[in-house]
Design a protein around this ligand. Structure first.
Ligand SMILES: [Zn+2]
Length: 354
């Protein structure tokens, strides 16, 4: 499983079709992205800000949840080169240019799975002294993070059966981890497949040290004064087979409707009935698309999917959007589908409670 997927990546790196769109250069000196979580920390609206790839900051007042922060975005050359000894560490210059520190109000950092585009920059944030959020991810993600010898690590191993389907609470936000799957990348293969069964003692040295581990998806609930759920956001970081959503307990779904579902686009055509089986079961009131920008290039602020955004390879983004709209058209349902620009903030509750 390992060698074929390595070989495919090496092969792909030399395909001119893939490298044709590469070459965007990083411009140091740009100001960090303005965070809705900081600007709007005194009002009661839930805001979702996309910072490219699977990176989201979900926030309301003094409760922020950061998902998969990733700004190093090494090129495909560097990913492949790491297999033959090229450096593969968090790029602090790039990280500081976009999100030098997690918001002070960060209660949780969620890790969808342990691939490098979800996990590697935590090697940077783990060293920060403030804030010290609770990390929620798989056992494999935990074992990889320990390789950085963090000064402190408050980590919930969420693929433990005792944790799955049960809320983890801090402040006025609760996160319920759910077991998911990871769609294959190509030819039925999932790159960097497998687990890390033992704690690491050194940071990952190459892209293949970031084994996928078990894949998670999350319900993020913002709570009211009586701890009732006021707003519920669902987020996944990988496309998956229908079994993953069928396995979500009815009791979890029955707690509150899903106000927003943030859905990973890439991989949608490598699994069955995605995202239609998910939409059938979750019935979200609003969809927000995610993870479709080309993360082999530096982050570009306000890159627009409808105006020239460079999509990650094999995403088939326009086909995915068409599929979603066809799904709702066939049901004569008008569910808003948001295709955010990088850096964009979506206010979940602003229209309902101006
Ligand atoms: Zn992945």
């Amino acid at each position: 499983m390992m060698m074929p997927s390595r070989a495919i990546v090496v092969l792909l790196a030399f395909l001119p079709t893939i490298t044709a769109g590469c070459g965007r250069t990083f411009t140091p000196g740009q100001p960090p992205v303005t965070l809705a979580a900081r600007q709007s920390s005194s009002d009661a609206h839930v805001r979702l800000q996309w910072l490219g790839t699977s990176t989201w900051i979900l926030s309301r007042g003094q409760d922020a949840v950061v998902v998969d922060p990733f700004f190093s975005r090494p090129s495909i050359w560097r990913v492949v080169g790491s297999l033959v000894g090229a450096e593969f560490q968090p790029d602090e210059t790039r990280i500081r240019a976009i999100l030098p520190a997690l918001p002070e109000s960060t209660r949780f950092v969620l890790i969808g799975h342990a691939h490098y585009d979800h996990l590697m920059d935590l090697g940077y944030y783990l060293r920060a002294t403030v804030p010290r959020p609770q990390y929620i991810g798989s056992r494999t993600a935990h074992h990889i993070l320990l390789g950085w010898a963090p000064p402190a690590l408050d980590f919930v191993i969420a693929d433990d059966p005792l944790r799955l389907g049960h809320p983890i609470r801090s402040g006025k936000v609760a996160v319920t981890p759910l077991l998911s799957q990871h769609a294959p990348h190509l030819f039925g293969l999932t790159f960097m497949d497998g687990d890390v069964p033992e704690p690491r003692t050194t940071p990952p040295a190459d892209a293949w040290d970031y084994k996928v581990g078990r894949t998670l998806m999350f319900m993020v609930d913002f709570l009211g004064d009586q701890d009732e759920i006021q707003h519920r956001v669902f987020i996944n970081g990988a496309a998956h087979e229908p079994e993953a959503v069928r396995a979500i307990p009815d009791a979890v779904l029955g707690q509150h409707p899903i106000d927003v579902a943030i859905l990973c686009v890439p991989g949608w055509d490598k699994v069955t009935d995605y995202p239609t089986s998910l939409l059938d079961r979750l019935r979200p009131k609003r969809l927000v698309l995610s993870h479709y920008d080309d993360f082999f290039q530096p982050y570009l602020h306000e890159e627009n999917p409808q105006q020239g955004m460079e999509f990650v390879m094999f995403a088939r983004y326009p086909d995915f959007v068409e599929r979603v709209h066809a799904y709702y058209a066939a049901r004569r349902e008008a569910v808003p589908v948001t295709e955010p620009k990088t850096g964009e903030t979506i206010c979940v509750s602003c229209e309902a409670r101006p």
